[in-house]
Design a protein around this ligand. Structure first.
Ligand SMILES: [Mg+2]
Length: 429
């Protein structure tokens, strides 16, 4: 009568690429290997990825590069602009390999994936298979943490990453109870997934310092002081699953916005930027099979330069019909920009948002629709998307988006798009 006897113990893996952006760069540029390396955020602002050697030098995540660059360079640190074309493509390759090695997969972030490995008999060897295949097929190194819940798998992954003796794969469920206790006693409570700085401080005030303290905290005490989120974390730490593998939801809005590499004053440059942003947002819209009914355009001056005249304005447009057509969206965006643009300001940022999204199957015919024209547009958009996928972003673009894009991001230290452009294929000599 009971079905539980035949149920296999639930086993989830969290697989995570080590130092993802830096590692992607080092795959294609051997000179970077073994060196302190950092990758910088948009406009070369802050450190967003560090090689092991850069971490060892004490360079911190999110540190503004201009504050540390002198010292870091003196110590031999190399810096690169972020190459999202490369990272996005490498991420897709890793995720495909992981998906092929597990019955179920959740892509959690650009370099992290949960896998459901329930029923796979030799989990640690399977973890090593995952590791060696990713390594062989992409050149990237992953760590694999296995456990009965997502929260425990995150912890197991931390151990796999930090303790070299495990060879990058660690299953926390293989530990005897006493060994698990002593392991968790050595892990500060803010190592637990979901415990941010605010919760950390609150927990410490209650005398909860280690992961073991949190795991063994009386449920009543937790309920008294915290909301259900912390309760669930405690349950998950104790092996009671509260979080399931999730499949990606289509986005409810698509935002495309960037800070300019330099101040922009003329409307024509803002127009180029807005058309560029609309083009990439419309491509994402079509990719997830949605249509947009609403569009917002915004512009702003540099809030970090309070001595300059400040201006920020946005305008929301309700589209007459839901659409995914780049040309139509660009036309409305440009008209909106014309209404909010004011002369005499130094603009630092512009952006667009597509919202009120619905599935493309619900596309409605308008009374005055020119159907053959709509169909031509659909073909044009999908041809542009295919060309840009094949030959690299921006291979085909609206002329209005600009050619030279003098307002573009500062990415002075950008590596080539090695994997998405025939022109930039790595050469072996
Ligand atoms: Mg990572």
């Amino acid at each position: 009568v009971s079905s539980t006897s035949s149920e296999l113990p639930r086993r989830l893996a969290l697989v995570d690429v080590n130092n993802f952006y830096c590692s992607c760069e080092a795959v294609f540029n051997p000179k970077l290997r073994g060196k302190p390396l950092v990758v910088l955020s948009n406009n070369d602002g802050c450190v967003v990825s560090r090689s092991a050697e850069a971490k060892a030098l004490g360079i911190k995540m999110a540190q503004p590069w201009h504050l540390v660059s002198k010292e870091a360079k003196a110590a031999g640190t190399l810096a690169l602009s972020s190459n999202y074309t490369l990272y996005g493509d490498m991420s897709a390759r890793v995720m495909k390999i992981l998906g092929d090695l597990a019955p179920e997969q959740e892509i959690y972030s650009i370099d992290e994936s949960f896998l459901d490995l329930t029923g796979i008999p030799y989990l640690v060897p399977h973890g090593h298979l995952i590791r060696s295949r990713v390594r062989q097929w992409t050149g990237l190194t992953v760590c694999v943490g296995v456990a009965s819940t997502k929260t425990r798998a995150k912890l197991a992954n931390e151990i796999a990453k930090k303790r070299a003796e495990h060879g990058g794969v660690f299953c926390i469920e293989d530990l005897a109870a006493a060994d698990e206790r002593s392991l968790l006693r050595g892990l500060p409570v803010n190592d637990v997934w979901g415990i941010g700085p605010r919760l950390h401080a609150q927990l410490q005030a209650l005398g909860i310092h280690t992961t073991l303290d949190l795991k063994t905290a009386p449920a009543k005490r937790i309920r008294e002081h915290f909301n259900v989120v912390v309760e669930r974390i405690v349950d998950e730490l104790n092996g009671t699953p509260c979080l399931q593998l999730e499949s990606p939801e289509p986005r409810k809005q698509i935002v495309s916005s960037r800070s300019f590499g330099r101040a922009v004053t003329g409307e024509w440059e803002l127009r180029e930027a807005v058309i560029s942003y609309v083009s990439s947002a419309a491509e994402k819209l079509r990719d997830q099979g949605s249509l947009a009914r609403g569009l917002q355009v915004f512009v702003q001056t540099n809030v970090f330069k309070p001595d300059q005249p400040q201006y920020a304005k946005s305008l929301t447009v309700k589209l007459p019909q839901a659409t995914d057509d780049t040309l139509t969206l660009a036309r409305f965006a440009v008209a909106a920009l014309r209404q909010i643009y004011r002369e005499g300001f130094q603009y630092k940022k512009a952006g667009i948002m597509l919202f009120d999204l619905g599935p493309a199957e619900t596309r409605q015919q308008g009374l005055f629709d020119d159907t053959p024209r709509t169909e031509r547009r659909t073909r044009l958009n999908s041809t542009m998307d295919r060309a840009n996928q094949r030959f690299g972003r921006g291979a085909v673009a609206l002329a209005g988006a600009g050619i030279r894009k003098g307002w573009g991001m500062n990415r002075a230290m950008l590596s080539p798009p090695y994997t998405t452009s025939f022109e930039h294929l790595p050469e072996v000599s």
